[in-house]
Design a protein around this ligand. Structure first.
Ligand code: DQA
Length: 158
């Protein structure tokens, strides 16, 4: 099983940018924690960050046939990007979106969310711990898919 973690614009500035909102943790530290949990659970994990919308679209497309699930924080593109939304819909993989801050309690423009309707689930406002919750959620989704596949195989005549 492989999870791809996709991080949008300015998330490479975590630990520096608006610490009162996003906290002191750097992206590398968040990824190191995720990697540890993935390894403990025998899951492959890949990380990708870009400030460019097209590169994020390319990465989502690359997940098709390569990954079993996507964890994505599209950052500011969450509120504007039909292209990222369409890419997620196109690959049709289980996808969990994470927002470090609670986007529903901030400026009005952050309540607009292009991504959420094509994601399996959204985790907002837990700080960096949201990424851990997303991984736990993804493991659960994978287990459910596997159980459903096994049940289907068992039903097929020998
Ligand atoms: C964010 C919330 C977005 O509104 C913002 O543009 C970000 C980070 C979050 O993780 O809380 O860059 O996605």
């Amino acid at each position: 099983m492989k999870i791809v973690v996709i991080q949008g614009p300015n998330l490479n500035m975590l630990g520096v940018r608006e610490q009162n909102i996003y906290g002191p943790m750097k992206l590398e530290q968040i990824h190191a924690q995720m990697k540890e949990v993935a390894t403990q659970n025998g899951v492959e994990i890949e990380f990708f960050q870009s400030n460019l919308e097209g590169e994020l679209v390319d990465k989502i497309q690359e997940c098709y046939g390569d990954a079993d699930g996507i964890v994505i924080n599209a950052a500011a593109y969450t509120h504007t990007s039909i292209a990222i939304r369409d890419a997620l819909a196109a690959v049709n993989l289980p996808a969990i979106e994470v927002h470090i801050s609670n986007i529903n309690r901030r400026e009005e423009f952050r309540k607009e969310n292009m991504i959420a309707p094509v994601c399996t689930s959204s985790i907002v406002g837990f700080g960096p711990f949201g990424y851990h919750l997303a991984m736990m959620g993804m493991f659960q989704i994978m287990n459910e898919i596997q159980a459903a596949q096994e049940a289907q195989t068992a039903q097929q005549p020998a």
